[in-house]
Design a protein around this ligand. Structure first.
Ligand code: SF4
Length: 478
């Protein structure tokens, strides 16, 4: 086995989480509800959490780490108001420091704005530079702060629709919740990369990245916020607007369904668990193998392993036991510590795998180092054969839209054949789901982003820069 990939300084397990947003309007006890909504979306980000609530006066709580460490639930529940937004953060831009924890709050001549963002603004560096050239001071290292500067800019704030005008200056992926003292606005970028849904609680409205957050507070799911749609709730009711480019083309991030979202959520209108089961069934058709048991790499491999098992008629069993008390691997200093953390996190169940031909189903392989250790641990536990089945195609390209994939040359499948990856991770066989298989559950096959698999990016990194520089109309006017 080639050990080269184990020398990576960061032994991350999977593509890492991004962010989760949650907001309520017209719901008494907004602070308590937002806390609950964030708690059920903790899987989307563990670096920091924040809550902003308004009763006409805006108050906020935020901190680093898991929600329960960052914010006291009783303090959140005590925040007065019926409008609130919250955010759980995983940093795709900016480091883990309190200033970068969202919602970001800024005071403009029109009052306070608070913003919670899931996604990545690809032209943020250029916009930031233009604002800085005009004398603006930035308080955070995040791309999301750009929206506050745009909202404060005379170019946008004198418009009838400042949020629409500001959002149309940004390129990239964004699902935003934007709160003022008296309103809440939900916006999804025209390509619809990131999920955003709307629900109802009593007479109030609720917005969330995933439907599991609606369920957690007893809200009813109404529908997705459509790509390019702007929904504003205020004391006069609901208003609906559309961003330029809405309805032309969509590029939903298919990794939400593969890995990020919770299995009990509806994402892009589909139940995540059911889609993953279909992926497992399709994997069984595309890459059948004779084996004694099917096991999953928990938790995101569970549903696909079930599908593979059912389709092939091979019993599904627990092959790895997860230790839920192990911290995140990437914060451990030193490669040997991180490797130890990976081994601690999942322990092979000897009684299940010993002497068996084992099919292992996982959602994806990113760098390959973690999978290498998993295969090694199964062999050490006595597995006779180890056959890997991966419920997505090989990841060969980085993501610019908010998912923390490394650069191409850190991806194990970059410039490697599937046989080379198989040898590298030490498996007896390796089968990836095809692109056709990935799209097979959907009728609207052209509306998904597949860039990390095929390199066909819906937006180029830094696009619109030329237009911005030529028009110069991002510069705040004096
Ligand atoms: S490149 Fe991959 S991870 Fe990034 S938005 Fe597209 S499908 Fe999602």
């Amino acid at each position: 086995m080639d050990e080269r990939v184990l020398t990576d300084e960061c032994l991350r397990e999977s593509p890492r989480e991004e962010c989760g947003v949650f907001g309520v309007f017209g719901c008494p006890e907004a602070g308590r509800l937002v806390y609950e909504g964030l708690f059920s979306q903790q899987h989307r980000g563990q670096e920091g959490a924040g809550i902003v609530v308004s009763d006409g006066k805006v108050r906020s709580l935020k901190g680093l780490g898991l929600l329960s460490d960052a914010i006291d639930s009783a303090a959140a529940a005590a925040l007065p108001g019926d409008i609130g937004i919250g955010h759980v953060r995983y940093s795709t831009t900016g480091t883990a420091r309190t200033q970068n924890v969202q919602p970001l709050v800024g005071e403009t001549l029109d009052g306070l704005w608070a913003v919670a963002h899931n996604g990545n603004i690809v032209n943020a560096p250029h916009l930031r530079r233009l604002f800085q050239d005009g004398g603006s001071l930035f308080q955070t290292g995040t791309d999301s702060e750009i929206l506050l500067h745009l909202l404060a800019s005379p170019t946008h704030r004198f418009r009838d629709d400042p949020i629409k005008s500001a959002c149309e200056r940004m390129r990239g992926s964004y699902s935003f919740l934007i709160m003022s003292e008296t309103s809440l606005t939900a916006v999804r970028d025209p390509l619809g990369f990131k999920p955003l849904v709307m629900g109802k609680l009593g007479e109030g409205r609720v917005f969330a990245s995933e439907t599991c957050a609606l369920t957690s507070i007893g809200a009813d799911y109404l529908r997705e916020v459509e790509p390019g749609e702007i929904i504003t709730a205020d004391r006069t009711g609901l208003r609906f607007e559309w961003l330029d480019g809405a309805g032309r083309r969509q590029a939903r991030c298919i990794f939400e369904l593969i890995y990020f979202a919770r299995p009990d959520s509806l994402v892009f209108g589909r139940n995540v668990h059911q889609v993953r089961v279909l992926y497992g069934e399709r994997l069984a058709e595309e890459h059948p193998v004779d084996a004694d048991i099917v096991i999953s790499v928990p938790d995101s491999g569970n549903s696909s392993a079930l599908g593979y098992s059912r389709k092939r008629g091979i019993p599904f069993d627990l092959g790895f036991i997860r230790n839920h008390y192990v911290g995140r691997t990437f914060i451990m200093p030193g490669a040997s510590n991180r490797a130890m953390q990976i081994d601690r996190k999942l322990a092979p169940l000897l009684e299940t795998v010993k002497g068996k031909r084992v099919v292992v189903v996982d959602d994806s392989i990113v760098r390959g180092n973690t999978m290498q250790r998993r295969v090694k641990s199964l062999r050490a536990a006595g597995a006779k054969e180890v056959h890997l089945r991966i419920a997505c195609p090989p990841i060969r390209h980085p993501c610019f839209y908010g998912i923390d994939f490394p650069t191409s040359d850190e991806l194990v499948a970059w410039k490697r054949s599937e046989d080379e990856v198989r040898d590298l991770v030490g498996a007896d066989s390796l089968g990836y789901l095809s692109i056709e298989g990935l799209l097979s559950p959907f009728e609207d096959k052209g509306s998904y982003c597949l860039a990390c698999f095929d390199g066909d990016y819906p937006i180029e990194q830094g696009s619109n820069t030329k237009e911005v520089l030529e028009t110069g109309n991002f510069l705040p006017e004096p």
